[in-house]
Design a protein around this ligand. Structure first.
Ligand code: NAD
Length: 294
């Protein structure tokens, strides 16, 4: 049997945990190191993969101080925190599996490509839609000429109403200045998918949109800053208790409750909705949370 590929996970949040579990499940890879500042997430991933203490780090910067200890680094930090670890780890000789979006500016994307090319390491970005069975089938049909010449594609990225509130209003992608703009945050998947499917480079992208719903002036009369204190919560479509509490009845479903809390009890979820950022904050609480560019 071939020697398993060894993996260092950088950022043991939602995606880091997922990739670690998926990689280990193939039987062809072994997670041998983790870098993560949050102790609970770090310890949980280290325990799940029996990572020795000397390969457990609280920051990717500490990981790169030492010699290379894995074949591959999975970089699953937040969007604005991809470029620095990607460049440093490439220079250290790690092949990179880098979460999307590569980086939040073209210049930073180029820095990553340059670093990977100079170091001669592989660089793959997690544009996962390409690899779904339906995408592979569609690609084979298009490439095989089954539907003739493709002259136009209609494609919709259906971000549901609660997903929009969860990720792009209350969640990690709520502000352009700490993550990136909507087209990059969500639809980089779609741009990649279209490019992959059609097999021709993009010539022009036009992006426009606006915020209609999540504005302070659309806040209902009597609304509080948090759902748990809110007089109109029962009639609000974005009621956090109504979105998250029923998920306790689906123990096999990890996301999106896992972003709100690791607790799987009503008490734990309510505590997170009372104190946490993702979850219990009114979607119309303040204009400063708007994503400003589409
Ligand atoms: N491919 C996809 O379909 C897909 C889906 C969701 C998210 N993503 C992308 O994956 C990335 C991670 O998203 P997530 O939801 O897992 O976020 P997350 O916030 O759950 O995880 C990010 C982790 O990085 C850690 N981190 C912060 N600073 C660090 C440092 N200095 N060293 C090491 N770790 C550090 C954080 O503590 C956190 O645990 C984002 O870029 C996101 O856009 C991709």
């Amino acid at each position: 049997m071939a020697t398993p590929v060894t993996i260092a996970v950088v950022g043991a949040g939602m995606r880091g945990q997922t990739y670690a579990a998926c990689a280990a499940a193939t039987g062809k890879a072994s997670v041998v190191a983790v870098a993560e500042p949050r102790s609970a997430a770090r310890d949980s991933l280290a325990a799940a993969h029996a990572i020795p203490d000397d390969a457990v780090f609280d920051d990717w910067r500490v990981l790169v101080e030492g010699p290379r200890i894995a074949d591959v680094a999975v970089i699953a930090t937040q969007d604005a925190d991809h470029v620095e670890p990607a460049v440093a780890l490439a220079r250290q000789g790690y092949h990179l599996l880098l979460e999307k979006p590569m980086a939040t500016s073209e210049a930073d994307c180029e820095r990553i490509v340059d670093a990977a090319e100079e170091a001669g390491v592989l660089l793959a970005v997690c544009h996962v839609l390409r690899y779904t069975p339906y995408s592979r089938r569609l690609k084979a049909l298009v490439d095989g000429g089954r539907i003739g010449d493709v002259v136009s594609v209609e494609h919709l990225e259906p971000v549901g109403w609660w997903h929009q509130a969860h990720s792009y209003v209350r969640g990690n992608w709520r502000r352009e200045d700490t993550s990136t703009f909507m087209l990059m945050a969500k639809s980089c998947h779609d741009l990649d998918w279209l490019t992959h499917l059609i097999g021709r480079p993009v010539e022009r992208v036009s992006s426009f949109g606006g915020l209609y719903e999540f504005r302070a002036e659309r806040r209902p009369e009597g609304a509080a800053d948090r759902c748990l204190d809110c007089a109109v919560e029962a009639s609000c479509p974005y009621s956090a208790p109504r979105i998250y509490l029923p998920l306790l009845e689906e123990p096999d479903r990890v996301w999106p409750l896992s972003v709100v809390t690791a607790e799987r009890s009503e008490e734990g979820v309510l505590a997170a909705l009372r104190e946490g950022r993702t979850g219990g904050v009114c979607t119309r609480v303040t204009t400063t949370w708007w994503i400003t560019r589409w």
